[in-house]
Design a protein around this ligand. Structure first.
Ligand code: NAD
Length: 257
């Protein structure tokens, strides 16, 4: 399948899952718009590397996904939008009474509200171009909960709700909206949680990975960024034309428990 002629915007795509998805979409022939918070040299270098590796056209647009106007500006500045992957996300782990208010606000802004703003700006562009795919990177935490992750779980459940509404508002058009719900994928976001979790449970690194992080992932294996990319490309394929308003879990059986 070729996505040649399509422009794909992937938010928060200079590392981890977003970068993996951008590479898969580039390999499928799409023009890629990478996004990160700041116009740093290293972000343009990542775009250049993907361009060299895949032969796709790859641009980088700086926009802070915590800022509503910047979210809408990203879509305007991208030069087209056929595929929108709302991937940017942040995490903070603390009990509810101790959860810093600014962390709550940041997580809701980046993990949930940004998808509302980008989708609001992208749908008119997709309607004009006559085709569109909105893919929201939610989480197993969009379907189930864990203690100490109140803002993240609330934001991801909200993102699954936004996915359904977007699908219903576009149901009679050649536009679909779905959420991918990964279990654990080894990326910087997961890596950052390991020291806190080691401290909280008084465990070593390997024990934390197997017994705590992968405790709810029956496969006992992390999913990969390539699997997230492959699932995204599938959702852009003709086989997925009637898949809309749903969640696809890529979680090693987590949500089957
Ligand atoms: P990551 O930290 O590697 O990637 C997150 C990306 O979001 C980074 O590129 C970061 O720069 C970007 N970002 C953060 N704040 C931003 C902002 N204000 N503006 C623009 N970009 C911003 O983490 P990841 O694991 O690749 O996470 C990607 C998505 O996948 C997130 O939404 C996360 O919640 C979700 N997810 C991850 C896992 C996992 O196990 N890694 C599991 C389920 C869901």
């Amino acid at each position: 399948m070729s996505l040649s002629g399509k422009t794909a915007i992937v938010t928060g795509s200079t590392s981890g899952i977003g970068r993996g998805i951008a590479v898969s979409l580039a390999e499928a022939g799409a023009r890629i718009v990478l996004n990160g918070r700041a116009a740093r040299d290293e972000n343009y270098e990542i775009a250049e590397r993907i361009r060299k590796d895949t032969g796709a056209e790859v641009d980088f647009v700086a926009a802070d996904m915590a800022d509503p106007e910047a979210c809408r500006g990203l879509i305007e500045d991208a030069g087209g939008c056929d595929i929108l992957v709302n991937n940017a996300g942040v995490q903070h782990v603390a009990g509810i009474p101790d959860f810093p208010v600014e962390k709550w606000d940041q997580i809701i802004a980046v993990n949930l509200s940004s998808a509302f703003h980008t989708t609001a700006a992208a749908l008119p562009v997709m309607r004009e171009r006559g085709w569109g795919r909105v893919i929201n990177i939610a989480s197993a935490h969009g379907l189930t909960a864990s203690p100490f992750k109140s803002a993240y779980v609330a934001a991801k459940h909200g993102l699954v709700g936004l996915t359904k509404v977007t699908a219903l508002e576009t149901a009679e058009e050649p536009i679909t909206c779905n959420a991918i719900c990964p279990g654990y994928v080894m990326t910087p976001l997961v890596e950052k949680q390991i020291p806190d979790t080691m401290e909280k449970y008084g465990m070593g690194r390997e024990e934390v990975i197997r017994e705590v992080i992968l405790e709810r992932q029956p496969s006992k294996q992390m999913a990969t960024v390539e699997q997230m990319g492959g699932t995204t490309v599938f959702l852009c394929s003709p086989s997925a034309e009637q898949i809309t308003g749903t969640t696809i879990s890529v979680d090693g059986g987590w949500t089957a428990l």
